[in-house]
Design a protein around this ligand. Structure first.
Ligand SMILES: Cc1ncc(COP(=O)(O)O)c(C=O)c1O
Length: 457
């Protein structure tokens, strides 16, 4: 059969309720024209993030009942540890309540002011945690990643020449290199095994550990299977193990490729780093065998890590995301290509080519999409990454994207058909989309809480 179906059936449903356009205009104004501030019950289809929004399986729910809530040494921790170690392979498995807690613990333990952390493209919270430790988060994506039309298999790769130059220029001040798989801020693009291996070899020469931000490691593994010569048809688990074998450690938000509604981890080889992280963890997160999670969460994550590597699931996951991309592309909607694993990214600047950068085309598009059809998306562009010099000059990121992140095992094909229809309609009337300006811009991670007003005219 050619049709790829959802490899599950639905056992529990959660109703969603349509709203009127007038209601949505009011909700948006009340939310300060910021999608993060809209109440979720006022959203029809929520593509804000794929983080923590997935549906758990029957096995995960059964695991929840099995959760051991002992303060120290809970059975659930050992189940979690075994599940993580069988994929990641590092010596120390340290749970955290989500990805950014792992980032903060690691940065607090091993990053010094003045350090530089090179990566393919740091995620926003990763960047913020690196900067909060007084260091510089240096994005070194391959140059091709900047061209949204270029179709290449591994646009998530790190630029190896630029990495070599950075390791030389900042010798002694690079505590680790961090590769994000898949590269979320760079459009959900994968990193090849060849790039990971070359980066590891280079890091070894410079005596610098290579770490992975593994939030979407399984989707990355599937892309390697589909796209990298010599990897065709391999088991995703084996590819994932090869990916982690290139690293001396990993951070992970387990709200993505572990089917968790909450959870994160640090997986480390270095005994001293692990010791320092655990000391910090006890101060703010909890005990070392639960890291701010409940025992039942650890159970659900342990099962989720096994389920995510099912080839049938990954085939459906990557194919159903591409389906959305292909339909939008056929209608001429400007997109980042090739399509990501967890999301389709709209090119905000080209969609709203009547709006200059300072009127935030991508953000404005996300607002218009909500008003038009009750769909919530997430800008990954000018609002998130725009920077202003003290002299007032703005610096904009290479791409002003709007991410349609697809929660795992949540929406069906007809939900996605509705999203496509809405976007095609909106594209036809794109000149009516108004820009926005900041009313309040928080200094750190502005997108989460900023307030905007529409620009008239
Ligand atoms: C690549 C990547 N790293 C880190 C994080 C942060 O994880 P969390 O939201 O669990 O704190 C995210 C979240 O979206 C992410 O996509």
């Amino acid at each position: 059969m050619k049709t790829i179906i959802e490899p599950f059936r639905i056992k529990v449903v959660e109703p969603i309720r349509p709203t009127t356009r007038e209601e949505r205009e009011r909700y948006l104004a009340e939310a300060g024209h910021n999608p993060f501030r809209i109440r979720a019950e006022h959203v029809l289809i929520d593509l804000l993030t794929d983080s923590g929004t997935g549906a758990m399986s029957t096995r995960q729910w059964a695991g929840i009942m099995e959760g051991d809530e002992s303060y120290a040494g809970a059975r659930s921790f050992f189940r979690f540890e075994a599940s993580v170690r069988s994929v990641f392979g590092h010596r120390h498995v340290i749970p955290a309540h989500q990805g950014r807690a792992a980032e903060r613990l690691l940065c607090g333990a091993v990053v010094q002011p003045g350090d530089v952390i090179p990566g393919n493209t740091h995620f926003d919270t990763t960047r913020a945690n690196i900067e909060a430790a007084g260091a510089v988060a240096l994005d070194l994506p391959v140059p091709e990643a900047r061209d949204p039309d270029l179709i290449l298999p591994f646009k998530g790769n790190i630029d190896l020449d630029a990495l070599e130059a950075a390791l030389r220029a900042h010798a002694g001040h690079v505590p680790f290199v961090l590769l994000t798989v898949t590269n979320n801020s760079g459009g959900g693009q994968p990193v090849s095994l060849a790039n990971l291996r070359a980066a590891r070899e280079m890091c070894d020469r410079h005596g610098v550990p290579l770490l992975l931000d593994a939030a979407r490691f399984a989707e990355n593994a599937w892309f390697i299977r589909e796209r990298e010569p010599g990897q065709e048809g391999r088991a995703p688990l084996d590819i994932a193990r090869d990916m982690f074998a290139c690293s001396q450690g990993a951070l992970m938000s387990m709200k993505k490729d572990a089917f968790g509604n909450i959870g994160g981890l640090l997986s480390l080889d270095d005994d001293d780093w692990a010791q320092r992280v655990r000391t910090a963890l006890i101060l703010t997160e909890g005990f070392v065998t639960y890291g701010g999670l409940a025992g039942r969460d650890l159970e659900a994550l342990a099962v989720g890590l096994e389920e995510i590597l099912d080839p049938e699931y990954l085939r459906y996951r990557i194919r159903s995301t591409a389906y959305v991309g292909e339909r939008l592309q056929a209608a001429g909607v400007p997109l980042l290509k090739p399509f990501g694993g967890h999301a389709v990214y709209l090119d905000g600047r080209r969609f709203c080519d009547h709006l200059p950068d300072i009127l935030y085309p991508g953000w404005s598009l996300s607002l218009a999409l909500y008003v038009h059809a009750g769909i919530r998306a997430c800008e990954i562009g000018n609002v998130m990454f725009g920077r202003q010099d003290p002299d007032g000059t703005w610096h904009w990121p290479p791409l002003d994207l709007v991410r349609l992140a697809i929660p795992r095992r949540v929406y069906t094909q007809s939900h996605m058909d509705y999203v496509v229809e809405a976007l095609v309609e909106l594209f036809a009337e794109r000149c009516s989309i108004r820009g926005v300006r900041f009313v309040h811009r928080p200094p750190v991670l502005p997108h989460f809480t900023a307030v905007f007003e529409p620009v008239q005219g």
